[in-house]
Design a protein. Structure first.
Lengths: 90, 110
């Protein structure tokens, strides 16, 4: 069952990019009890997203686009966010 | 420009390769910072690190400096390169090593 932050991330990313692939993976359990684990169970995420909007964009630009779409979630409400953003091939 | 911005500008201006991280290269306090250190070590370049956990002004200021919400952050010759995801992608593609060569950064003492 996805938690509220995960659901919000999925909603924001869908609205922003209409992705052809989107996986928001909660890695928090792997980091339970170490620094950065706030006990919420929603501290560490990986986002795998594929969307046409990322075509012809640099890695930096893609990550910026994802971070912007997520507002205050990366670095503030979520301790750790890994992002793999790509454009659909062919 | 705020004082903190100026301090950051001085740090990235004075050092070829700078990693803003949580903890130190010997004792990283976060998995992403640990990964960034490992990548730089593999590249064999000399780098300086700034432990943002020791300096709240830098910790907040660095996010605004490059409009980038997370740490670690890598700067080469004053230019923001990215966080650990980008470092890893570039390293795996051989692009990070190539960039270090092109920018002629100093090698780590072996």
């Amino acid at each position: 069952m996805a938690g509220p932050v995960q659901q919000e991330m999925e909603r924001l990313l869908k609205e922003a990019f209409s992705p052809t692939r989107l996986d928001v993976i909660n890695d928090s359990a792997k980091h339970a009890g170490h620094s950065g684990d706030d006990g919420s169970g929603e501290s560490h995420f990986t986002v795998v997203i594929e969307a046409p909007a990322f075509a012809d964009k640099s890695r930096l630009e893609r990550q910026r686009m994802v971070n912007r779409a997520l507002g205050d979630i990366p670095g503030e409400r979520v301790h750790a966010l890994a992002i793999q953003a790509s454009a659909p091939t062919s | 420009m705020s004082d903190t911005n100026q301090r950051i500008a001085d740090i990235v201006g004075d050092n070829d390769v700078v990693l803003f991280m949580k903890g130190t290269p010997l004792f990283p306090q976060c998995g992403f910072s640990s990964r960034a250190v490992a990548i730089l070590d593999h590249c064999g370049v000399a780098y300086d690190s700034v432990d943002v956990l020791q300096d709240m002004e830098i910790r907040q200021g660095i996010k605004a400096y490059s409009d980038w919400p997370t740490i670690p952050q890598l700067y080469v010759k004053g230019e923001f390169v990215g966080g650990s995801d980008i470092m890893m992608e570039m390293f795996e593609a051989g692009e990070l090593q190539q960039m270090m060569d092109e920018k002629q950064v100093s090698k780590a003492a072996s």
